[in-house]
Design a protein around this ligand. Structure first.
Ligand SMILES: [Zn+2]
Length: 148
């Protein structure tokens, strides 16, 4: 059982559904997001993690994010409700699924990222850039189904 319950946009106490605004992710987007995360978690064999999902307001320029508690192996992956401020934020199921893949790659690299960030004199910008270089490669190959 998850420690956090999924929160689904559109659910109201009176049971009526709210219409999503342009640039807002829907309950259907969130379902696709979770499905894609679970698919790649299984693919990479990240079975040591307890992963919970949330559909929340994240900061204005973030489509999704992940926070991890390494010592307890708990990860929280969030899909942002609002994509309207993302410069390249084309909102459709495929971009939501790509964001899910991205966050699972962040999970895959999370421990080495933590170890590297604890090194004396490390440069946070360089570390983020190196991590995202790997993730972009995976997006442009594995996620797209590129076969050599
Ligand atoms: Zn990232």
């Amino acid at each position: 059982m998850s420690r956090l319950r999924d929160w689904v946009r559109g659910d109201r106490e009176d049971g009526k559904k709210e219409e999503p605004k342009p640039g807002e992710t829907t309950a259907e987007h969130f379902a696709a997001f979770k499905d894609e995360c679970q698919r790649w978690i299984k693919y990479f064999g990240l079975t040591e993690w307890e992963v919970v999902f949330a559909h929340e307001d994240v900061d204005d320029h973030t489509r999704a994010d992940i926070t991890t508690t390494q010592s307890a192996r708990i990860a929280k992956i969030r899909l942002s409700k609002n994509w309207s401020n993302n410069p390249d934020g084309i909102l459709c199921e495929q971009t939501v699924r790509k964001s899910a893949f991205h966050e699972v790659c962040e999970l895959l690299l999370s421990e080495i990222n933590l170890i590297a960030s604890c090194r004396f004199g490390y440069d946070e910008i360089d570390l983020e850039a190196a991590k995202h270089a790997i993730i972009r490669r995976l997006e442009n190959t594995l996620f797209k189904g590129v076969i050599p």
